[in-house]
Design a protein around this ligand. Structure first.
Ligand SMILES: [Zn+2]
Ligand SMILES: [Zn+2]
Length: 428
């Protein structure tokens, strides 16, 4: 190692006020133009053009609309920084000037409104901000930054699609994979956790079969509406009667549909359900119980055939590596101070981000950033009404831009800096 190597510090600069104003424009534009999972063509185009402008080596169309940008800057660790890009089939119910009025067709072929109700627009703006600051301050770090703009997180398709499209072979192996998500904490706060931070998520579509008849002649029917209603109620006993008090799980039936007419008994009913668990054994038990109950309800009704099951999505547990998380959290605490960087309980949300770390067999570090106006948050906390604040996937969920935007840009830089700004990684 030479002694005249440039001084590498932990302090990559945050966004200037002018640059932050530019990023606000980017954020509002992406917010107003949301795209459904695996259809993120416009957003991916914006990310790719931005990375190219900063000198990144850009690959588009990875696993559909995925974008990978590499910025090589000498010897040193490769760090993967990820933002998801997709929005949800939700009608936005905010009074924001940049609210979405977009519509599209979802994966079931249904026309729907579209909104960034999970905050992935914020993630895109964070990563765009961080990638530019990294490009403009190359003398302050060494290594390779791999910026990943991922499609289809909400449906659990995107990370898998990128990996199946050759991520591991086509791009350098990272030393760590980093991602962050906006959540209903006070804006400016950062939440972290070692080990499991997000639940596993499983979504199924179930078709229950009956026999159709005139509404006046139930004796000729096998009524799938009654079958479905009974099954939905009994499914609620899975968590209360089959999961130990010391474990936890969620079983939600989010879609229930059957029939079109009040005097026609339909011949089938459709359920879509969602399961969240924190342990593999609990997941196996809960999924088996759901299948058992649906099959038994069909049999109890005298259904002409057993129900059909199809998997809509499967999300793994998001598990944060201990050593890598400690390293990232130390950097975040150095940058933001201990009072803004706190340990949180595991959340019953799910992510496919962990698939990247698993694919390369390298650590995952995932943290969350608050997006609720701090005064609103403090008042809700005082009143014991935190659960009434809009959360991700609610039609009125939208983070406040300040200080959420700046916090996410700086958090990504601080965490990445723990690898690429470390003096030990300097070129000799
Ligand atoms: Zn979401
Ligand atoms: Zn999300």
């Amino acid at each position: 190692m030479t002694t005249d190597a440039p001084v590498v510090t932990h302090a990559l600069p945050g966004p200037t006020d002018d640059f932050l104003t530019k990023l606000v424009g980017v954020y509002m534009d992406v917010h107003a133009n949301p795209e459904l999972s695996m259809q993120e063509h416009r957003t991916a185009g914006i990310a790719a053009a931005w990375l190219r402008e900063q000198g990144y080596d850009v690959t588009e169309g990875v696993g559909g609309t995925g974008v990978v940008g590499l910025l090589r800057n000498g010897e040193g660790p490769v760090v993967l920084l990820r933002a998801d890009m997709d929005a949800l089939p939700i009608k936005e119910n905010t009074d924001l000037a940049y609210a979405s009025d977009k519509t599209g067709t979802d994966r079931f072929g249904q026309a729907t409104s579209i909104a960034h109700s999970c905050g992935h627009d914020m993630h895109v703006a964070w990563l765009m901000g961080a990638t530019r600051i990294l490009a403009e301050n190359r003398r302050m770090w060494r290594g390779t930054v791999m910026a990943v703009f991922q499609p289809g997180e909400e449906t659990g398709q995107g990370a898998r699609a990128m990996i199946e499209d050759g991520m591991v072979k086509r791009f350098p192996k990272p030393e760590v994979t980093l991602a962050q998500h906006v959540m209903p904490l006070a804006a400016g706060q950062i939440g972290w956790r070692i080990g499991t931070i997000l639940s596993a998520g499983d979504s199924w579509e179930v078709t229950l079969f009956g026999r159709g008849a005139h509404g006046s002649m139930p004796q000729k029917s096998i009524d799938p509406v009654v079958m479905a209603a009974s099954a939905v109620m009994r499914l609620q006993t899975v968590v209360s009667r089959e999961v130990a008090m010391t474990d936890s799980a969620v079983v939600t039936v989010g879609t229930m549909s059957a029939g079109m007419n009040e005097n026609v008994i339909p011949d089938r009913a459709l359920l879509r359900l969602n399961v969240r668990t924190f342990k593999d054994q609990v997941r196996t038990r809960v999924l088996a119980a759901i299948k058992r109950i649906l099959e038994a309800e069909a049999a109890a009704s005298g259904a002409p055939k057993p129900p059909e099951f199809s998997v809509l999505s499967e999300f793994p547990l998001t598990r944060n590596d201990e050593a890598a998380t400690e390293k990232a959290v130390a950097a975040l605490q150095r940058h933001f101070g201990d009072d803004r960087v706190t340990e949180i309980a595991p959340a019953t949300a799910s992510e496919d981000f962990g698939l990247f770390g698993a694919a390369w067999d390298v650590p995952t570090v995932f943290w969350v950033i608050g997006g609720i106006d701090p005064v609103t948050y403090a008042n809700a906390q005082k009143a014991g009404k935190l659960d009434e604040l809009p959360a991700n996937h609610a039609s009125d969920f939208a983070p406040v831009i300040h200080p959420t935007l700046r916090t996410g840009v700086e958090a990504m830089l601080a965490a990445a800096g723990a690898w690429i700004c470390s003096p030990a990684t300097r070129a000799a």
